[in-house]
Design a protein around this ligand. Structure first.
Ligand SMILES: Nc1nc2c(c(=O)[nH]1)N[C@H]1C(S)=C(S)[C@@H](COP(=O)(O)O)O[C@H]1N2
Ligand SMILES: [Mo]
Length: 172
């Protein structure tokens, strides 16, 4: 009887040990998230959190769905599009005016902008790719990158867990 109890205890300790090792492994091997910029670009980009943190940042505020105001810091989207060689400014004419930017998120959520609404000579819509909220990295499930579109009346295009920016031609 005592022997069986001790065997069980050893087994449970072994199980606990196994889970502790698993948790440790998962924390040290968190998949790094990159943002890929691709499609109608001169230069595809794969941007890490470290790359983004080195770029020029701006601040923008967004009121969440519970009515709380948060301050985000991030890189203007136009700066990222410029580094990928997307046709903006003077090049945004003719067929380039039918180009869009599709933003994909890790949860499968997608939103879209026309290049013209982002461009400073047209809509000049302020959009930042934020990597900080209220002075800290974005919380789990909302990061590491979030679009912030402060001038949109609705929050829906301020998408979180952003993973890809794809430029394309609208065709039908
Ligand atoms: N990736 C992703 N981003 C998203 C959504 C989503 O479902 N997935 N929902 C949007 C909607 S409809 C709202 S109202 C806001 C909610 O943002 P909040 O949590 O900061 O209030 O996130 C937006 N961004
Ligand atoms: Mo929403």
């Amino acid at each position: 009887m005592l022997n069986r109890f001790q065997n069980n205890r050893q087994f449970i300790l072994l199980l606990i040990g196994f889970f502790v090792i698993q948790i440790g492994y998962a924390q040290n091997h968190k998949q790094e998230v990159f943002i890929e910029v691709s499609g109608e670009v001169r230069q595809s980009l794969k941007i890490s959190a470290a790359d983004l943190s080195k770029m020029e940042h701006q601040t923008a505020s967004l009121t969440d769905r519970d009515g709380r105001v948060h301050r985000y810091r991030g890189v203007p989207l136009t700066l990222l599009l410029d580094s990928a060689g997307v046709s903006m400014k003077g090049e945004l004419r003719g067929e380039n005016l039918t180009k869009y930017l599709l933003v994909k998120c890790l949860d499968g959520y997608e939103v879209l902008f026309s290049l013209a609404e982002l461009d400073q000579d047209f809509g000049d819509l302020e959009v930042i790719l934020a990597d900080q909220m209220d002075g800290k990295p974005l919380p789990a499930g909302k990061g590491p990158f979030r679009l912030v579109v402060p001038k949109d009346k609705a929050l829906a295009r301020s998408c979180y867990e952003v993973s890809a920016l794809i430029v394309g031609f609208a065709t039908d």
